[in-house]
Design a protein around this ligand. Structure first.
Ligand SMILES: C[S@@+](CC[C@H](N)C(=O)[O-])C[C@H]1O[C@@H](n2cnc3c(N)ncnc32)[C@H](O)[C@@H]1O
Length: 315
């Protein structure tokens, strides 16, 4: 059997899995300490642990409920999966006949309400593992990787139901992927935190993937241009010997242009779930430009420049 590849635990708005093929040729030559301050689904963390022998990783996201899921999976994956399996069994036994998802939708909405109502009173003895499992179940059955919250839900998870079209014999979540995450989080010296990005210790490679400037995507946080400017400064002032990357999407207003750091741009086509809807209701792939701003060591910058020259010569 082929070795299974570890994937992010959930779809996440702005997830970077699709960017790895572009990023890989620009990675530093070695990484011992790695920081990802806007973790989301952690696509870059997975890429980095796959390529380097990481001694320490600082993984952070201001969304503490998200970080609790990672912590639960790290601390007691068996208990986490017991809760998940129980939820999955109950959900799969809810009637879904001829595409009628009324009952499943009710199950989802009731669970979401229970999660919100009980948020502060879930039993503490299991270190919040049941609460995290319920949230993970909601994320796996809710609308595609979108984190919505509402005042009605005290700012907690309030994403609408997803397709809820799981067929008999299928699963809501990938238990082997969850197990692999647990092993990874235990085999690597990982510090999981939920602070503001500016408080997170920088590694010898630090990756910043903040919310997009031109997106209304809500992670339940405000992230304005002043914050983006502070991040740009972090890249520009990066100490020699360290590497800092900052990515975003081009809003075509020249915001990132004046930086002293190096900028790469990547034209991207969004596929399913992120398609542009035309006036007549038809859908088309949405085009965008991803930006990567970085400050490498002088040697690595030279190496990238040489590689580019070589590729141009071969072209
Ligand atoms: C673009 S997403 C990161 C996606 C991630 N790289 C992936 O591959 O899934 C941005 C993340 O930043 C987090 N965030 C927003 N404001 C933050 C802040 N001030 N400090 C730390 N994290 C923040 C959000 O919760 C969200 O998960």
């Amino acid at each position: 059997m082929k070795n299974q590849v570890i994937k992010p635990l959930f779809m996440w708005a702005g997830g970077k899995t699709k960017m790895m093929k572009h990023y890989n040729q620009l990675l530093p030559n070695d990484v011992k300490t790695y920081t990802e301050a806007f973790l989301g689904g952690g696509a870059m963390f997975l890429n980095v642990v796959d390529k380097f022998n990481i001694k320490k990783a600082y993984l952070n996201d201001v969304n503490s409920d998200l970080i609790e899921i990672y912590k639960s999976i790290k601390n007691d994956v068996d208990l986490f999966c017991t809760y998940m399996d129980d939820l999955q069994k109950k959900y799969m036994s809810v009637s879904y006949v001829n595409g009628d998802k009324t009952e499943r939708k009710k199950f989802y909405l009731d669970k979401r309400e229970e999660y919100i109502k009980m948020y502060d009173t879930w039993p503490k003895e299991d270190n919040g593992i049941e609460r995290s499992a319920v949230l993970y179940f909601l994320m796996k059955t809710g609308f595609n990787g979108i984190w919505q919250s509402s005042i009605k839900a005290n700012g907690k998870f309030y994403t609408p139901a997803g397709l809820l079209n799981h067929k008999e014999g299928s699963t809501v979540y990938d238990i082997s992927n969850v197990m692999m995450w647990s092993k990874l989080l235990n085999d690597t010296d990982v510090e999981l935190t939920s602070k503001d990005w500016s408080q997170v210790t920088m590694g010898d490679f630090t990756f910043y993937d903040p919310p997009y400037r031109d997106s209304f995507t809500s992670y339940n946080t405000e992230f304005g241009d002043e914050e983006h400017k502070k991040l740009i400064k972090r890249v520009e002032e990066c100490e020699d010997g360290k590497t800092v990357w900052l990515c975003n999407r081009d809003a075509h207003d020249g915001f990132f242009k004046s930086t002293k750091a190096t900028i790469e741009t990547f034209p991207i086509t969004y596929t399913a779930g992120r398609r542009k809807q035309n006036d007549d209701g038809s859908h088309e792939a949405k085009q965008a430009t991803e930006i990567l701003m970085y400050n490498h060591t002088p040697e690595k910058k030279q190496e990238i420049a040489d590689l580019r020259r070589f590729m141009l010569m071969c072209y």
